[in-house]
Design a protein around this ligand. Sequence first.
Ligand SMILES: [Cu+2]
Length: 400
Amino acid sequence: MAKKAMETHNLTVKQSYYCLFLSIFVIISFQASFSEAETHYHEFVIQAKPVKRLCRTHNTITVNGLFPGPTLEVRDGDTLVIKAINNAIYNVTLHWHGIRQMRNPWADGPDRVTQCPIQPGRSYTYRYTIENQEGTLWWHAHSRWLRATVYGALIIYPKLGSPYPFSMPRREIPVLLGEWWDSNPMDVLRLADFTGAAPNVSDAYTINGQPGDLYRCSKQETMRFPVDSGETILLRVINSGMNQELFFAVANHRLTVVAVDAAYTKPFTTSFIMIAPGQTTDVLLSADQTPAHYYMAAHAYNSANAPFDNTTTTAILEYKSAPCNAKKGKSSTPIFPQLPGFNDTNSAIAFTSRLRSPSKVKVPLQIDENLFFTVGLGLINCPNPNSPPLPGSKRNSFCS
Ligand SMILES: [Cu+2]
């Protein structure tokens, strides 16, 4: 009897050990499958910095003194923790454009919609995880017109071991298109609010913060992108401008569109793209032309009968093996691309109508007629000593 009890006891001990080992194994393998995901910590100090463009220096609001701001590089599944410290004189928030903030609106950023603005001298920490998104996005200020200068690229690579759905480019270049005012953008908006008229149009477009060769006092700083002959380059084009839709092209090079707004597309080849503010477009470019210098350029697509900035921004695609005279920029000016005309709606539509999903999308055929609406109102009265009260509100607002 005692022997039997001992055997039963031994069996129970063995079973417990077995269970323990199994649990440890399950925990370890569970962690292993997620160990690739990283958490990235950043400090974004929003501060004024002297920035000289178009011959004049402005006290420009930047992140960490950079214009454009820092590029965030992560993988799908990673977490970003960004402490925004406001050392500027304006209230500010930051928005992570295109990130699906599922059940996490506190990190989305619209000023007075999902958070009170960060007051001068204060800070706020944004924390979010990338869930099943990859490609090019961007971040920007979401308070008044601070985003004219407070913005940067947000690049999401696929999970470790997952390839792009196209052959691996040898080089990747973020191309941030922007709009520059030869004044304080906050004053441009203030004036428009005061007069009721449309805000003044920008004075220049920029590529990675530089207007390029066609503007006064800009030629020395024009963005140059050195490339090797024969390589494939992924241009991650972002329209971080305030208002203007833009045409973009690279002289003598065709562009293969592979993604827009961090969603892959059915690849197609084009001589130009049209990109709206807030949008991103990833294009592959093959450096298969005669080694030389080629302009990439952007100008407005503007079909409305309204004033617009009709200037053109440029950067230079430089083949490293280009002859020396091209390198010194002396005898040979870079070749200029053909951009559609400002009001060429046919070209704009012809481009956008080619955007397709890479595979068939399942559309629900059984339509549920029950619609479910939710409306939320932010009822926290944001302390906002720096802004005048908004019409119809007690210093809190529901718009952005
Ligand atoms: Cu945005």
